[in-house]
Design a protein around this ligand. Sequence first.
Ligand code: NZQ
Ligand code: ZN
Length: 388
Amino acid sequence: MLGNFDYHNPTKLYFGEDSLNYLNEELPKYGKNVQLIYGGGSVKKNGIYDSVMEILKKNGKEVFEDGGVMPNPTIEKLREGIRIARENKVDLLIAMGGGSCCDYAKAVSVSVNCDEDPWDKYFIRFEEPQCEIIPVGCILTMAGTGSEMNGGSVITNHEAKLKIGHVFGDNVMPKFSILNPKFTFSLPKRQMVAGIYDIFNHICEQYFSGDDDNTSDYLSEALMKSVVNSSLKAIEDQENYEARSNIMWTATWALNTLIAKGKTTDWMVHMLGQAVGAYTDATHGMTLAAVSLPYYRYIMPYGIAKFARFAKEVWNVNGEGKSDKEIAEEGLAAMEKWMKKIGVTLKISELGVTEDMIEGIAKATIILDGGYKVLTFDEVVKILKESM
Ligand code: NZQ
Ligand code: ZN
């Protein structure tokens, strides 16, 4: 563990079947006006909306609805959310949904009291908020992004063909999050699987960097084993509470800053996936899955010892008498087999990418330098072509 870091996570979590009751404990801490953020309507179908509304009313809150947050929330929708918050002088933003609603709530929270344009300030110039921040609470209905316990907020600008994430500091993280695994039961299987791959890849992004002996890597291996194990049960029976609760808890720990401690971290699969998302609006987890194998096979030689360790520790590859290269290749083959079994998309062409988009997607890919290989533009193009 060679890095220097600080660690503090201010989000209070309530986990389990009874967790929504604890909303009664949180609400009295905030003012009367609540902006209730939700997506395209799943919370109305599965009854979560009614349960939350009842608790808000019982606690004497004035509720201002902000529904229709789309997957991959847009800058236009963000401007609408800021307007609702300003007009109604809201004291608390409650996001009820998946990562899109939680991310969106954070973007609203840092923009309400800020005069500058939020896209330019936070997603182009990557500045930090200087204004007063409206507190956010999350009621999570989809496990994957970790947005319930981190400062991440990803916004899409279709006009500019850009999808960009800003990781805000502790002050923007949700003040509380309610995690009831049963709330995820109504997710369509494709969304559940996309979330599972998102979790797995968040861990990979942090794991595949550095070569010191680091406690974060041992934590990562345990989390990867748990998500693989539970994913196989969840695809057989989506209402397996034990599996779904492990998946939900793993998602939170996969991206709440802990396993990044002491690491430079890679994040290139996300940069590629986000650029694909900017062009196709495809489901986040699927964009990651579709670029992962070509990317990891390409960078493997530059981080061969870590890929061999990944094979042995996560995929139980027997390394006896084999070279690191052979072990590493077996590990990625086992990962591919698992990806096929759970049913993620393995080609960007299946997500709507056409040959003529490749150049633009490559240009929209932000190149980071924390992993085993800093990619050139031509290498990005090559990986995207191999992902077709
Ligand atoms: O909109 P509704 O009707 O609610 O339907 C949603 C949506 O269509 C549906 N859904 C969610 N919970 C459900 C449900 N349907 C039935 N039953 C339920 N219980 O699922 C669909 C996808 O929801 P969404 O919130 O978009 O998914 P996810 O949680 O994967 O969030 C994706 C967004 O998060 C960003 C992504 O880029 C993307 O914009 N990310 C945020 C991160 C962060 N904050 O750290 C990191 C991630 O890497 C990611 O980039
Ligand atoms: Zn992700």
